[in-house]
Design a protein around this ligand. Structure first.
Ligand code: ZN
Length: 65
């Protein structure tokens, strides 16, 4: 098992990622979440399951109207 969770690094800077609250916009809705960010270049790393989950939530809200 190769468990890198909690110790991600930016491949470009070789810098350890830090958790940072980031605001996203999707389909005109804003939502914030703590994601792993590179403190040097500011690149944000979003796990695919988080992105998919948030987008599904927004789409459900839209359909609720
Ligand atoms: Zn970086």
């Amino acid at each position: 098992m190769n468990d890198n969770r909690g110790s991600w690094k930016c491949l470009k800077c070789n810098e350890k990622l830090a958790k940072k609250k980031t605001v996203f916009t999707y389909l005109g809705h804003n939502f914030s979440h703590e994601v792993m960010t590179c403190p040097t270049c500011g690149k944000v790393f979003i796990p695919k399951d988080l992105a998919m989950g948030k987008m599904a939530q927004v789409e459900e809200q839209l359909e609720d109207k």
